[in-house]
Design a binder for this molecule. Structure first.
Ligand code: BTN
Length: 266
C-alpha cells in the first residue's frame, strides 16, 4: 500500500511539535527495522538517554505480548518505543502497563477519538475490537530499571489488517482519531511524559479510577489463562491499586498479575 503523502512520518515535523510543547524527547525515525523495542533495548544497553524514542515505518519482526508477533501495515500503522529510566527496582513498577494504557487512551481521545476501552492488562479496544497494544520490556539492576515501552496502533485500513491478523481489528480512523501519524505520536509522547512521572512518584493508584472508567469488561464473565497459574473463570470486578486484575471467583475476590483474558461463556 502506498503511504498518503499527507501522512508521512516526518522527523522534522515531530521535532518541531515536541519543541512547541517543550518536550525534550529525541525521536529517531526509521523507514524499516525488525522491532523498535528490540532496537531500543539494544540502545539502552549502550547507554541511550532517558526519554528517547524510536518510531519505525515498517517493522519486519514486531514483537507482541507473550511471545506473539505484532503485525502492522506500512503507512497504515504507528509503531514506536519510548525508553524510560526508573530509579526503582522492577518490582516497584507493578501497574506500569496499565498506566501507559491510560496515557495512550488520553492521547487518542485528545486527537478526537471516541472513548477508547481498555482490556486488562493493557490492550486498547474500540467497540470490542483491538485497536492497539503495548509491550513493555525491562532491563533491571539492583536499584534501577530501564523500561522500553512499545506501542503499536492500527491507524487505518482495519479490514485489510484483520485479514492478515486472522481476526477483526479496529483502527483509529473509525474511532475518530483523525490526526496525522506525526500528531498522534506527539500526542502520545506528551501524555506519556505526564503520566510516567506521576506513576514513578505514586504508582498506579492515582490513575486507577481513570483506567476503570474505560474498563471494557467490567462486570463481565471472563476467563484468565496462561499466567503461570491455574486457569481461572469469574466476574471481572476491576483492578487494584497495584494493577492486579480483580476476579470474583466462587464468592471470593482473587488478584491476578499475569495471564491472557478472554470473555467467558455467560
Ligand atoms: C500486544 O501484543 O498487544 C503488544 C503489541 C506491541 C507492539 C509494539 S509496536 C512497537 C513496539 N515494537 C515491537 O516490536 N512491539 C511494540
Amino acid at each position: 500500500m502506498s503511504i498518503e503523502p499527507s501522512d508521512l512520518i516526518h522527523g522534522e515535523a515531530i521535532a518541531q511539535a515536541l519543541e512547541m510543547f517543550r518536550l525534550n524527547i529525541p525521536v529517531e525515525v526509521l523507514a524499516q527495522c525488525p522491532s523498535t523495542n528490540a532496537l531500543l533495548l539494544e540502545r539502552a544497553r549502550m547507554g541511550a538517554p532517558h526519554a528517547s524514542a524510536i518510531v519505525c515505518e515498517n517493522q519486519t519482526a514486531g514483537r507482541g505480548r507473550r511471545g506473539s508477533t505484532w503485525i502492522s501495515a506500512t503507512g497504515a500503522s504507528l509503531t514506536f518505543s519510548l525508553l524510560w529510566r526508573f530509579g526503582s527496582t522492577v518490582s516497584a513498577l507493578s501497574g506500569l502497563s496499565l498506566a501507559v494504557a491510560v496515557a495512550v487512551a488520553r492521547a487518542l481521545e485528545a486527537q478526537g477519538g471516541a472513548q477508547i476501552e481498555l482490556k486488562w492488562p493493557n490492550d486498547l479496544l474500540f467497540r470490542g475490537r483491538k485497536l492497539g497494544g503495548i509491550l513493555i520490556e525491562t532491563l533491571s539492576s539492583a536499584d534501577s530499571t530501564v523500561a522500553v515501552i512499545g506501542i503499536g496502533l492500527n491507524v487505518r485500513n482495519a479490514p485489510a489488517l484483520g485479514d492478515r491478523v486472522g481476526h477483526q481489528v479496529a483502527d483509529l480512523r473509525e474511532a475518530g482519531a483523525l490526526g496525522s501519524r506525526n500528531e498522534l505520536l506527539v500526542a502520545q509522547l506528551l501524555q506519556l511524559s505526564q503520566v510516567l512521572p506521576t506513576f514513578e512518584k505514586h504508582g498506579f493508584a492515582p490513575l486507577r479510577e481513570e483506567w476503570l472508567a474505560r474498563h471494557a469488561w467490567q462486570g463481565r464473565r471472563v476467563r484468565l489463562s496462561g499466567g503461570g497459574h491455574q486457569e481461572a473463570e469469574g466476574e471481572a470486578i476491576g483492578v487494584a491499586e497495584d494493577g492486579a486484575l480483580l476476579l470474583q471467583v466462587a464468592g471470593e475476590v482473587r488478584r491476578y498479575y499475569s495471564g491472557e483474558l478472554s470473555l467467558g461463556l455467560a
